[in-house]
Design a protein around this ligand. Structure first.
Ligand code: 1CP
Length: 342
């Protein structure tokens, strides 16, 4: 069994397995080179050969324990008809949802066919890697993807999305239902295609107003896990709910083979004494610490290693690697976690 699968299923490794959220991407010069060879970011996500190569790039450079599919949480709205463009320095921009006809059309789209390229990439990556390395598939959560669909891009305050939620607008209800169905189908297809583990990114869960978190975070995630479990009872699912670790006990209740991704705002003792009591944990080095490197990185890495030694734990950041991160710092981090950098 790969070290990551072992940890995610409650086992203990002599040193923790590691991968980094957003480990493929802009901090790597070899990524930037490939990125320049295509026009749009989505063209890269749907280019089988190039996206397979980009997925494997971080493992060619670093001794990571897993590859994560190179794709984006926004491929789902993209193939459902809400075309996505990633614009330099601005981020994603999504086409407007033009009323009921959008949903009528979207419901008829055969998703596994529309997402056959990412699925093929997972298959290729699983074939290319030795059995000691894990392949991670992923999706955004319904709410996190819905924020981009309703705001037509990234947002700071999520006012439009929150308004739709609080008024239970038909647009909101339909978007969430469409996404829940699509995400479940896509995640199951990813496991069928070769993913050993899947991660649900709920990066904006905290923007759901408190009284609504049960209905629009906990319940949809539990329904998704339940659906995946009917086809794949043992595949580990990592739920990464940024800023909502207080919901974790309700999310995992009654499920097995769930692990919890923890963001950098959660103190290590809370992660260890409260969250790890619920399930194996993953995280939570601050991406800024990796950016800064040096003594602070050594100290924080050492704190995490000490806290989680001899427990089911996957080393990771608390959020995605920052694009300005020096590649050398990532190499040093891997050495530190592997015990060679002390
Ligand atoms: O031109 C480019 O290179 C665009 C930059 C980029 C990259 C490299 C985007 C646009 N997406 C990605 C890849 C990506 N996104 C991966 C695969 C790479 C890997 O992990 O190694 C993954 C897993 C994601 C997931 C993702 N996309 C999330 C969830 C994780 C997180 O960071 O919170 C989110 C919120 C997105 C949306 C998105 N896509 C791209 C950008 C710039 C953003 C963020 C926009 C915002 O700030 O709201």
């Amino acid at each position: 069994m790969t070290p990551i699968l072992n940890a995610l299923q409650g086992g203990i490794n002599s040193s923790p397995p590691l991968w980094l959220m957003r480990q493929a991407g802009r901090y790597l010069p070899e990524y930037r080179e490939i990125r320049q060879s295509v026009t749009g970011f989505m063209d890269l996500c749907f280019h089988e050969e190039l996206a397979t190569e980009v997925t494997l790039q971080p493992l060619q450079r670093f001794d990571f324990d897993a590859a994560i599919l190179f794709s984006d949480i926004l491929v789902i709205p993209h193939v459902l008809g809400q075309t996505v463009h990633i614009i330099e320095k601005q981020g994603p921009v999504l086409k407007e949802i033009e009323g009921q006809s959008f949903f009528d059309r979207a419901k008829g789209i055969p998703l596994e066919e529309a997402l056959s390229v990412p699925l093929k990439i997972l298959y290729n990556v699983r074939q290319a890697l030795p059995s000691t390395k894990a392949v991670i598939g992923f999706s955004g959560s319904p709410w996190t993807i819905a924020t981009y669909m309703l705001e037509q891009g990234k947002s700071k305050e999520f006012q439009i999305a929150k308004n739709h939620l609080e008024t239970r607008s038909p647009l909101f209800i339909q978007t969430m239902a469409l996404l829940e169905e699509a995400i479940g189908t896509f995640l199951i297809a990813q496991i069928n295609a070769g993913a050993d583990v899947i991660q649900i990114f709920d990066s904006w869960a905290k923007a759901v107003p408190l009284p609504h978190r049960n209905d629009w975070v906990v319940s949809p995630i539990r329904r998704l896990i339940g659906r995946i479990r009917t086809c794949h009872p043992n595949t580990p699912i990592i739920y990464y709910g940024r800023g909502v670790s207080d919901l974790y006990s309700r999310i995992v209740e009654g499920f097995s083979n769930i692990a919890l991704g923890v963001d950098e705002d959660v103190p290590v003792p809370v992660m260890k004494n409260q969250i790890q009591k619920l399930a194996p944990v993953q995280g939570n080095l601050n991406p800024r610490t990796l950016l800064e490197g040096g003594e602070r990185m050594k100290r924080d890495v050492s704190d995490l290693l000490q806290a989680f030694q001899g427990t089911p734990y996957v080393f990771n950041l608390g959020h995605g690697i920052l694009p300005q991160t020096p590649v050398d710092h990532v190499a040093q981090l891997v050495d530190l976690v592997r015990g060679e950098g002390r």
